[in-house]
Design a protein around this ligand. Structure first.
Ligand code: AIR
Length: 157
């Protein structure tokens, strides 16, 4: 099992590292790769081919005009999660290049890096059942955070 974090530029690395941190929590192996669908499409195809025989989920990161997620999805049988870096330039309009896809192209979009990683882990857990307990533990921690916050506000708020 492997998560391939594929980014369009080294400028996306900080965003990619946030995804990687969550995958580390789940002890899910990952690799980070850089290739731009606009500038080096053949390299993107080579990278996709490299992982085609493995149990892989791709998480694609591309800012501005995101061709990478759709391009990757159209060229692999593996699931693709688009996690573009947030930009408020041009009223956040970059996001539309991630949300609208041609027919037959289906990358999923998750904007927050931690949750993109979580979704990848859940996909892998369908086959790698040892991940199920880790997901349950993670969800329990989230529930406890709410309970703790509620207690704090109730008593001091
Ligand atoms: N969409 C796209 C195609 N090639 C690179 N990008 C994205 O454009 C932003 C700036 O890239 P660069 O550093 O190449 O100018 C980065 O978020 C990168 O993923």
């Amino acid at each position: 099992m492997l998560v391939v974090i594929l980014m369009g530029s080294k400028g996306d690395l900080e965003h990619a590292k946030k995804i990687a941190q969550t995958l580390e929590k789940f002890e899910v192996p990952y690799v980070m790769r850089i290739a731009s669908a606009h500038k080096v499409p053949l390299k993107v195809l080579e990278i996709i081919k490299e992982y085609e025989n493995k149990d892989v989920v791709f998480i694609t990161i591309a800012g501005r005009s995101n061709a990478l997620s759709g391009f990757t999805d159209a060229n692999t049988t593996k699931p693709v999660i688009a996690c573009p870096p947030y930009s408020d330039k041009f009223a956040g309009a970059d996001i539309f290049s991630t949300l609208r896809m041609p027919s037959g192209v289906a990358p999923l979009t998750i904007l927050e890096p931690e949750e993109a990683a979580l979704a990848a882990v859940k996909m892998l857990a369908i086959k790698y059942e040892n991940l199920i307990d880790k997901i349950k533990k993670y969800q329990e921690e989230k529930r406890r955070e709410i309970e703790k916050a509620d207690e704090e506000v109730k008593n001091n708020g």
